[in-house]
Design a protein around this ligand. Sequence first.
Ligand SMILES: Cc1cc2nc3c(=O)[nH]c(=O)nc-3n(C[C@H](O)[C@H](O)[C@H](O)COP(=O)(O)O)c2cc1C
Length: 403
Amino acid sequence: MLTTLIYRSRVSPETGQGNVHKLVQHALDKNKANSITGILLFDGTEFFQVLEGEEAIVNALFNRIATDQRHSSVVLLMQDYSAYRRFQDTGMRLFDVSSHTEESIIEDILNLSHFKGSYLQDDRIMRLTRKFIGGIGLHITSPEFNPSSWYLESRENFEISSWPAPVPEQPCQFALQPIIDALTGKVSSYEALIRSPSGGSPFEMFQSIPADRLYLFDIETKFYAFKLAKQLLKHNEKLSVNLLPGVLYSIPGAVNILIQQISDSGLRPEQIIVEVTETEAIINQDVFHQALKELRVAGIGLAIDDFGAGFSGLALLTKFQPDKIKIDRALIEQIHLSGVKQAIVRSIAQCCDELGITLVAEGVELMEEWYWLESTGIHLFQGFLFSRPSLNDTGIIRWPLMR
Ligand SMILES: Cc1cc2nc3c(=O)[nH]c(=O)nc-3n(C[C@H](O)[C@H](O)[C@H](O)COP(=O)(O)O)c2cc1C
């Protein structure tokens, strides 16, 4: 299958202009042998390359290019499939963007192609090319972008593996995982994650619950999370709990049950954040939204969980605006390498900023992911990079420090 791949990257300080020409000469010979065609734009700081060819060959080449030391911050902008090549006879042509006008470069690029008509002018590849030449669009983070100048440090042994034992005769257990403000060194809240009676996974836990008891089980077990939080959290610390939306519209008086549980455990409603995720279509919208209002009136915080996954997205946000939105981990994974994820998360961040909603990135596992998110203006994080969920405990946190 014929594929077109586009990426951007930043030239390494030791790669001089002469080396760029040498690189292109070598690439030209190799590309001819591999039936790869395309263009390479260079503005003195960043590269923008279009590669066309057989999918397996282009992917193998991109994997080599991505680890080439002559540049860094390689971000994939698009990969698409098409019936024809745009640059049929061009093994690899270098364009020096800094010393020519935008229009003359575009004209040269269009002249390289057999498809000079409006079709090529209007397509996505040309639009991205124009954006690069015009110096706008999907920028890589600032030249100071350097996650390796940071390291992680914990006040206790992070690798410690002995946690408190499961509480006997409880229908479930809870593990706590902190949501942290990485640069100020503060814990924003702890999320209570359900575990089986022996401390096993949520899957193991829910497997043993019949479908018709699920909502009742979900709400009844919240009490154990509140009890644990009362034991472990300080007076001003907050606890996030997950709630299936079905609980709010299927169980009569669900909000009052929660308020009673919070009070019985000795916590205050202001310490609790209820995270809802729309894992299934919400059948009774009116009752659901009425319950959300009642939670707010009781002083309980609200968050949309897994934002950007399944049903949990823009439609839910138009109906209610929570205090917090947690971006789904699928959007966070390898975000430093994906132009598509970067564009989506940047627009979510802008939307939340305009609406005064706090954004949390969950599932952060790599220093590069954290650094990209932090540079984009997201400050709250949850993930293995900083702290693992700890059974019946608040766990140990690793904080990022500058070298
Ligand atoms: C910005 C940039 C663009 C590159 N473009 C190509 C290319 O189009 N084709 C290619 O074979 N190598 C290209 N390379 C070089 C590859 O990363 C890699 O060094 C090369 O494919 C390995 O060649 P070799 O097997 O002859 O050592 C590029 C490198 C950089 C930094």
